[in-house]
Design a protein around this ligand. Structure first.
Ligand code: HXC
Length: 271
């Protein structure tokens, strides 16, 4: 599947949540130009928020922002930045504040992935994923926290379930996602008294995404192929979880990791 194949509205406009629950709110989403993060952005915009989507590829971001605005009737701004470079993130935050005046919600979703065994992965390849996923999340928190405090807002970090056990060829991502889980817990504890919440969504295998395409059928796994929920996950499953976690319905939920994987992480080989 080509990268452009992931770029289309994917979240249904029907929702069990009221349409205006995020009216007047602003989302800042790294990795929002495609895949799961684009789907979460679309769902949050469909409930009344405006958004900035952040990524490295300006042409993809610009196209996604246009489509998201048209699909939702809200305003979506593309901001080119590399989460490994704090100054570019700060520029994206400044652009957001100049356009919308506030940031209520942050999704730390920028990530990199490929399959590589620990015996062969290069030092630089391991470091690259740590820098994009874990340090990129830290940089995003640093760049946004003052504004999220001001709005008593909320963070969602995109992690995974693969580091709960040893997943072959995923040493870099496993280490990086474990770090993200830890970052979110500290953020929740330190910023809770300021009215800020921080939670993690841990997607399982989600069909139709670049991540799944890169790993999917080729990836060795410690888990059974069957899904307790009886189906593979879909981007809208992650999007619905994000709407819930940002909504007032989750106002007493912080510092948590929410696996959205149809129960797959509970399966073990030979079980
Ligand atoms: C081994 C690889 C590699 C591969 C890159 N490298 N691809 N090593 N196998 N397939 C190595 C390179 O050789 C280099 O090391 C180092 O990684 C940096 O590579 P660059 O290409 O210079 O880096 P960069 O351009 O920044 O690319 C970053 C990337 C890239 C992570 C390597 O693939 C990327 O940006 N991907 C983003 C899209 C993506 O993967 N999205 C899905 C995330 S899914 P050397 O030693 O040669 O210098 C996800 C969910 C997980 O995270 C859970 C799923 C169930």
């Amino acid at each position: 599947m080509s990268p452009s194949a992931y770029v289309f509205p994917i979240v249904s406009s029907t929702s069990i949540f009221k349409a205006d629950i995020f009216k007047g709110k602003v989302l800042f989403c790294t990795g929002g130009g495609s895949g799961i993060c684009r789907g979460m952005t679309e769902a949050i915009m469909r409930h009344g928020a405006n958004a900035t989507i952040v990524g490295r590829k300006l042409d993809r971001l610009t196209q996604a922002a246009k489509e998201l605005s048209e699909a939702t009737g809200q305003v979506c701004v593309p901001a080119q930045a590399d989460v490994r470079q704090p100054n570019t993130l700060k520029e994206a935050v400044t652009k957001t504040i100049e356009k919308f005046g506030r940031i209520d919600f942050v999704i730390c979703g920028a990530a990199g992935n490929f399959l590589a065994p620990i015996s062969a992965i290069s030092e630089n390849a391991f470091k690259t994923v740590m820098e994009i996923d874990t340090i990129g999340t830290f940089n995003t928190i640093k760049a946004t926290i003052a504004h999220v405090r001001a709005s008593k807002g909320s963070y969602i970090h995109v992690s995974a379930t693969l580091h709960y056990n040893g997943t072959p060829y995923q040493v870099h991502v496993s280490a990086a996602k474990a770090g993200i889980d830890a970052l979110s817990a500290v953020l929740a504890v330190e910023e809770g008294p300021h009215g800020v919440r921080s939670n993690v969504i841990a997607p399982g295998p989600i069909s139709g995404t670049e991540g799944m395409d890169r790993l999917g059928p080729k990836a060795p796994t410690t888990r059974q192929p069957g899904y307790p929920a009886g189906r593979e996950g879909d981007v809208k499953d992650i999007a619905n979880a994000a709407v819930f976690l940002f909504s007032d319905a989750a106002s007493y939920i912080t510092g948590q990791v929410l696996p959205v994987d149809g129960g797959s992480e509970h399966l073990r080989e030979g079980f």
